[in-house]
Design a protein around this ligand. Structure first.
Ligand SMILES: [Zn+2]
Length: 242
């Protein structure tokens, strides 16, 4: 059984970065809980342990002590960025990182960027810094900075469910790849189903795949007051509004 330690940054009295109506502590908690849910639902032989699963304050030392004591195989600390710039995604390993951390950072960075680049997220690169979370963790460790709270364009992205889902997916894919996890047979993808509501009407059978929402064309067209005509010979759907 592989043990994954997910560390949602900040919490409680420490909001982390704030701006544009967002608090870092809330976003990183939502991402962390979703990563646990999705990874455990879709992959076998893995357990996800969390520094925090609610809005509580923890010292940095408590986080790494717990992860080290639990014997976690990897640690991923999840944050959002601030401090100007053009926004984007970046990741950190320790300045004297071992090869495990270098590889973990590379795999997670690559998978997260691949999941979110279609939203126009800037890749700020794989970086090294003397940060407590990556320095004091005994296992391969990486810290991700998921967009800038104080950059309006990034904050707008963080308010979108499809962007948040893709950030989660990138972390899940990276962790699974690094640890060589196997998908459970017949596992239902957590993202499989999505609620779509058009003008107050629920559209059935919506699906979310790689950050794109798919819904039955007739249902959504008619909910928007359009006429939907299907020509089976030419396999053409025509949608018209008067
Ligand atoms: Zn932070």
């Amino acid at each position: 059984m592989k043990k994954v330690w997910i560390d949602a940054g900040h919490g409680g009295k420490d909001s982390g970065a704030t701006g544009n109506g967002l608090q870092e502590k809330e976003i990183v908690l939502a991402v962390s809980l979703a990563v646990k849910k999705r990874l455990e639902a879709e992959y076998g032989d893995v357990q996800v342990l969390l520094s925090r699963s609610s809005d509580v304050f923890l010292e940095l030392a408590e986080r790494t002590h717990k992860a080290n004591a639990a014997g976690a195989d990897i640690l991923v600390s999840i944050h959002c960025n601030a401090g100007g710039g053009a926004g984007g995604f970046e990741s950190y390993r320790y300045t004297s990182a071992n090869s495990g951390s270098v590889k973990l950072q590379n795999v997670i960075h690559t998978e997260v960027m691949s999941a979110i680049k279609s939203f126009g997220v800037i890749d700020r690169g794989e970086k090294a810094a003397n940060l407590h979370m990556v320095r004091e963790s005994k296992m391969p460790a990486v810290l991700t900075e998921n967009l800038f709270i104080d950059v309006a364009a990034d904050a707008a992205k963080l308010k979108r469910q499809d962007v948040m889902d893709s950030i989660v997916l990138g972390h899940v894919n990276g962790i699974a790849k690094y640890l060589g996890l196997q998908k459970k047979e017949g596992a239902v993808t957590v993202e499989d189903k999505v609620n779509v509501i058009v003008n107050g009407k629920q559209i059935a059978d919506g699906k979310l795949e790689n950050g794109v929402t798919y819904v039955p064309l007739r249902a959504i067209g008619e909910a928007l007051g359009a006429k939907v005509v299907w020509d089976n010979k030419t396999k053409t759907a025509t949608v018209t509004t008067e």
